[in-house]
Design a protein around this ligand. Structure first.
Ligand code: SAH
Ligand code: DHB
Ligand code: MG
Length: 227
């Protein structure tokens, strides 16, 4: 216990150092978190340096179209949205109408309301509707909602992307639960199924990475869509 909190203290200090040194905060982001907290949203948004990592992935990818599953207050959405060109598009799916409202206000303050769209409802209902619209494929998909559905979200991401697209899955470690709990937690089962899909799917080429920081001990999976 004391070891774990000593480690967390170091992780917090290093994340604070990086965040400050690399100027990863600004008024809009700070206000986004303040408003999210004031509205009672849980503090489960990505850390600033993780947000910047998502942003850089989108830039490296040259992404023009991004899909996010799990909006919360729009914090990760802002990081991703800021990577888009003026004619870019980001669609983010959120189950909770209150979260979506908070996110819309935050995206408006960020000046991203013209290129972002928050769609309310269970993602497994929004995704087939999105597919029916026959839009251009997404260049990047960020999966960060209910973990039990992670394999379904990876399957939908495959339908909605193109060869060369990037799929990112958040929270694949959860303090080590991914291998700890013998598979009886539905969230852990969902994440393991998503990882198994990435491992076995002929159209996916992926990896998974453990992370530590202000959000504790966690990790993400990354997969590139193949021809
Ligand atoms: N990506 C955000 C954090 C998302 S937290 C960030 O880093 O800033 C997960 C979000 O997924 C919550 O807002 C939750 O309401 C939403 N969610 C949970 N189940 C969902 C579902 N079935 N469909 C869509 N969103 C869901
Ligand atoms: C939880 C969800 C997240 O997306 C996250 O980054 C951290 C925690 C959660 O449901 O507890
Ligand atoms: Mg997450």
């Amino acid at each position: 216990m004391s070891t774990a909190s000593a480690a967390q203290q170091i992780w917090d200090d290093v994340d604070a150092y990086f965040t400050d040194l690399l100027s990863l905060n600004d008024e809009v982001l700070t206000e986004t978190l303040r408003e999210s907290e004031a509205a009672g949203l849980p503090p489960i948004y990505v850390a600033p340096n993780q947000g910047k990592l998502l942003h850089l992935f989108a830039r490296i990818q040259g992404a023009r179209r991004i899909l996010e599953i799990g909006t919360l207050g729009g914090y990760s959405t802002i990081w991703l949205g800021r990577a888009l060109p003026e004619n870019g598009r980001l669609i983010t799916l959120e189950y909770d109408a209150k979260h979506a409202e908070v996110a819309r206000r935050n995206l408006e303050r960020a000046g991203l309301d013209a290129i972002t769209e928050v769609r309310v409802g269970p993602a497994l209902e929004s995704l087939p509707k999105l597919a029916d619209e026959n839009q251009e494929p997404f260049d990047l998909v960020f999966i960060d909602a209910d973990k039990v559905n992670n394999p379904n979200y990876v399957e939908w991401a495959l339908k909605l992307t193109r060869p060369g697209s990037l799929i990112i899955v958040d929270n694949v470690v959860r303090g080590g639960q991914v291998t700890d709990t013998g598979g009886d937690d539905p969230a852990v089962r969902g994440t393991r199924a998503a990882l198994e899909l990435i491992a076995s799917h002929p159209k996916l080429d992926g990896t998974a990475v453990q992370t530590v920081g202000s959000k504790g001990y966690d990790g993400f999976a990354l997969a590139r869509v193949l021809d």
